[in-house]
Ligand binder design. Structure first.
Ligand SMILES: N[C@@H](CCC(=O)N[C@@H](CS)C(=O)NCC(=O)O)C(=O)O
Length: 201
């Protein structure tokens, strides 16, 4: 039975799309239109009580929160999560860093930048925090090719779908050459092309 992914074409929704495309396993994609509020319907809340995308149902298993979905799939298929103990811890730490830092801060930066009513303090606060986080990953990527070290992992997948939007948030990557190298490296992966080919009407 194919896993069913409930998602929409946002950074959190695209993370499991990218991992499933990397894994090359068949899956069913159920598009949950968050603009129409479909993520708040009772039938969806039965899958994800938090009323947000993404969520995954895989036979008898169901899992929500994009980081948990990535961990579940990586462990199940034995790919994109290093097995060497320290590299595995590094991958999990950077995944949690993305989930607790990059996702929420980039999300709020986008929210306040797009509002009709501009609140300069909030806009600057989240933009500054995004720049700080970019600095943290820039320093890491000056030392190693990928966030967990030598191997491309779910830490990179989860961070990529957010950081690729940095220019749209007005975040200039000129001072982050290693992050640009990392972005270009991941953008060149065939699975990213397949992820981008998925349309969300
Ligand atoms: N921490 C959650 C965040 C999920 C999330 O914020 N999803 C957004 C789209 S990127 C959503 O469903 N927004 C609609 C809403 O909040 O009602 C995860 O990573 O799965």
């Amino acid at each position: 039975m194919k896993p069913i992914l409930y998602a929409w074409g946002t950074p959190n929704g695209l993370k499991p799309v990218l991992l499933l495309e990397e894994l090359g396993i068949p899956y069913e994609l159920v598009k949950v239109d968050i603009r129409a509020g479909e993520q708040k319907r009772p039938e969806y809340l039965a899958v994800n009580p938090n009323g947000k995308i993404p969520a995954l149902v895989d036979g008898e298993r169901h899992v929500w929160e994009s980081g948990a979905i990535l961990l579940y799939l990586a462990e199940k298929h034995g790919r994109f999560l290093p097995t060497e103990p320290q590299a595995r811890l590094d991958a999990i730490a950077w995944l949690f860093w993305q989930m607790s830092g990059v996702g929420p801060m980039f999300g709020q930066a986008f929210h306040f930048r797009m509002r009709d009513e501009q609140i300069p303090y909030a806009t600057a606060r989240y933009a500054d925090e995004c720049k700080r986080l970019l600095g943290v990953m820039e320093a890491r990527l000056a030392e190693v090719p990928y966030l967990a070290g030598a191997e491309y992992s779910i830490a990179d997948i989860s961070t990529f779908t957010w950081v690729r939007n940095a220019p749209r948030l007005g975040l200039d990557l000129a001072d982050f050459p290693n992050t640009r190298r990392w972005l270009a490296d991941i953008e060149a992966r065939p699975a990213v092309g397949r992820m981008l080919a998925v349309t969300f009407p």
